[in-house]
Design a binder for this molecule. Sequence first.
Ligand SMILES: NC(=O)c1ccc[n+]([C@@H]2O[C@H](COP(=O)([O-])OP(=O)(O)OC[C@H]3O[C@@H](n4cnc5c(N)ncnc54)[C@H](OP(=O)(O)O)[C@@H]3O)[C@@H](O)[C@H]2O)c1
Length: 235
Amino acid sequence: MADKIAVVTGSNKGIGLELVRQLSRAGVFTFLTSRNERKGLEAQAELAKEGIEAGFLHMDVTNLLSIHAAARHIEEQHGKLDILVNNAGILPDEDAESGGLIIPPDIVRSVFETNTLGPLQVCQVMLPLLRKSHAGRIINISSGMGSLTDMDGGYPAYRISKTALNAVTRILATELAGSGITVNSVCPGWVKTDMGGPSAAITTDQSANGILPLLLSEAPGPTGQFLRDGKPVPW
Ligand SMILES: NC(=O)c1ccc[n+]([C@@H]2O[C@H](COP(=O)([O-])OP(=O)(O)OC[C@H]3O[C@@H](n4cnc5c(N)ncnc54)[C@H](OP(=O)(O)O)[C@@H]3O)[C@@H](O)[C@H]2O)c1
């Protein structure tokens, strides 16, 4: 049995799926998770064809019951969790097409539910399992679009949700200081996925490569940081 156990939220495609692939290849038993069971099982089967054995959990980060069910499964099967990647995220068309002056508040609320409250809830529920690891790692996949230093107009719901996610990172990192669990925000770069689009700068493989050392490092490493390719970026 693999020594380390990981969970990647929203990993039926995109950056999340590639993180599952790379973590598994590095010898970590990794749970691919998806809000859509069929899509998740198809992604798991795709990895199996490559010789990669990933676990599967049906989890919607906005559904507390599904997060608890996933945590119970991990507790029963493995008794601990070493790596949690809060990757699931949305960027609705309405957000891309309108600015902060006209964005319907309901869109802001729903993006916040997924991109900010989702990771917070997953952290809260998974924390007892992470405390059983000797080196727990929480990575919140944020975005340079959430940087206050580089804040621009457009995509208001997404930007607000990622800035607030960065606050979640800082708060949890402070509260978990000395526990052995590190908490960091990561900008994955501009990545060719359904969200990033075909003109994006890098592939999912390149993006995941830049994140993996932070996940696998045995040394305590940074905590409460905002990183891209392992290097700090402005909040
Ligand atoms: N691509 C970029 O250039 C870029 C840049 C900066 C940051 N990011 C961040 O990187 C992360 C991954 O993005 P991506 O580019 O890989 O996007 P993507 O290809 O659209 O994948 C997003 C994943 O999140 C899942 N998801 C959405 N809502 C969910 C929920 N409530 N519960 C569980 N899963 C949910 C999606 O599931 P479905 O398949 O069911 O929709 C999908 O698996 C996101 O947090 C995004 O904000 C991306």
